[in-house]
Design a protein around this ligand. Structure first.
Ligand code: GLY
Ligand code: MN
Ligand code: MN
Length: 428
């Protein structure tokens, strides 16, 4: 792995929390992700399964984790299955975990080869009554391609039709929503790498530079710091910034334009999610600065509003109220429009059409089904924006925050955001 090694305590603590939720005679299974095919004999690099990583630190394909907290044999309470290394794999793919390495990474003592899975599982099934099976239950998950978990679940349900099946995902969503100190540390590392990337980019943006050259600058900084892109970066000049999921990054930045960059690093599977909007020529126009300041005010107030117990829906609605005030001042909407607006579709949605933020962690849009309010040590993005295609620009500002019982902590407070500071750095 590119990242430095992580103490197995992080993972054993997570297993402890999950095991405490499993009733007697229940076992849970978490699978690795599939290596996804492309064309011909091609495949994508493995994207580690977040749940398996959360519980074991294991990032190798085909691995499985079984937790059976009340198994009669103490050796069966935590079992990890990994691919057995062989000469062929060694020649073509190189390193695969030995049992000792898998033990060290995960802190799990019982490690078997995956070829032993069926026999061992049959033994466990004879003792267990309930299987907690995993699935991607993110409320916006794409269901087009069957996952390894889903194939596994189908097989288990057909092989053991008389066992009771329960859903593992709701437990993992609840546990993963609040981050441990070790997880916050890794998120901060991803943010630090992102911050370094932004400072590099601030020095090279000027008229004539292309969006892809800017993407390359981010990539260079991320990769040399043991990281990768947390998601496909958005590097959008001018009107492109109004395409919320702009991914082409193929245009040239022009004088007078703004450049919106939504870019985050992923370090050790933990993510950062940053958006900054900067002037291509190093100076905001009067109008650009007016809109920029409006978005920045909404960002700052929304960060302050993110307190333990605050309802996420209310938090979003408060941002609509703030945006409405700002847009009236900017003469983007009228009092008449506000008066007759549908409360579920306020007038400000015309120029601010996305959510205010999302939970973030091992996934950029982290799992959080069933979470309706901020909790202590939940980590959120805050990302208001105003998009004005008819004026040729869009502005979004996005910071990542940690919710604590003493109030929100801005994990990106050191990343330049004041218009004046951005201009000053760009003109140095
Ligand atoms: N980069 C994705 C987002 O901001 O949600
Ligand atoms: Mn983002
Ligand atoms: Mn985001």
């Amino acid at each position: 792995m590119r990242h430095l090694s992580i103490s197995s305590k992080l993972f054993s603590n997570n297993r402890k929390k999950l095991s405490a939720r499993l009733p007697g005679k229940a076992l849970s299974v978490a699978n690795a992700n599939d290596v996804l095919p492309t064309n011909a004999d091609g495949s994508l690099p493995l994207h580690p399964n977040s749940d398996l990583f959360y519980l074991s630190g294991i990032e190798q394909e085909e691995s499985l984790l079984v937790l059976f907290p009340n198994a009669a044999n103490p050796k069966h309470r935590e079992i990890l299955f990994v691919r057995e290394p062989n000469e062929h794999l060694k020649i073509w793919e190189g390193y695969k975990h030995s049992k000792e390495d898998a033990q060290k990474i995960s802190g799990i003592q019982t490690v078997y080869w995956t070829t032993d899975f069926e026999n061992i599982f049959q033994l466990l099934a004879a003792e267990a009554e309930v299987f907690y099976l995993n699935d991607n239950e993110h409320s916006r998950a794409s269901n087009e391609v069957e996952t390894r978990d889903q194939r596994f679940n189908e097989k288990i349900c057909s092989d053991y039709p008389l066992h009771k099946i329960e859903r593992l995902a709701p437990h993992l969503h609840e546990l993963r929503f609040c981050k441990s100190a070790e997880e916050i540390k890794l998120i901060k590392q991803a943010i630090d790498v992102t911050s370094r990337g932004f400072r590099k980019v601030l020095r090279m943006v000027k008229p004539g530079v292309s969006e892809y050259e800017i993407e390359a600058e981010w990539a260079k900084e991320f990769i040399r710091r043991r990281s990768k892109f947390a998601y496909t970066p958005i590097v959008a000049s001018g009107e492109n910034a109004c395409v919320l999921h702009y991914l082409q990054n193929d245009q040239t930045c022009k004088k007078g334009q703004l450049l919106l960059m939504d870019v985050g690093a992923c370090y050790a599977n933990y993510n950062a999610d940053l958006t900054r909007t900067i002037p291509v020529s190093g100076k905001f126009s009067r109008r650009q600065k007016q809109v920029y300041s409006a978005v920045l005010r909404v960002l700052r107030q929304s960060i302050e509003n993110a307190t333990v117990g605050k309802s996420l829906k209310e938090w979003q609605n408060d941002s609509h109220d703030m945006m409405t005030e700002e847009m009236l001042r900017l003469k983007l909407i009228t009092q008449a429009e506000v008066k007759k607006q549908d409360p579920d579709q306020p007038a400000c949605r015309k120029y601010y059409m996305h959510g205010l933020g999302h939970s973030m962690g091992l996934d950029v849009h982290d799992v959080c089904n069933g979470q309706y309010e901020f909790k202590e040590n939940s980590v959120f993005t805050v990302e208001p924006g105003i998009y004005l295609p008819e004026e040729g620009f869009g502005i979004r500002l996005e910071d990542d925050i940690q919710i604590t019982k003493n109030g929100p902590v801005n994990l990106m407070s050191k990343i330049p955001i004041e218009a004046g500071e951005i201009e000053e750095i760009m003109n140095r």
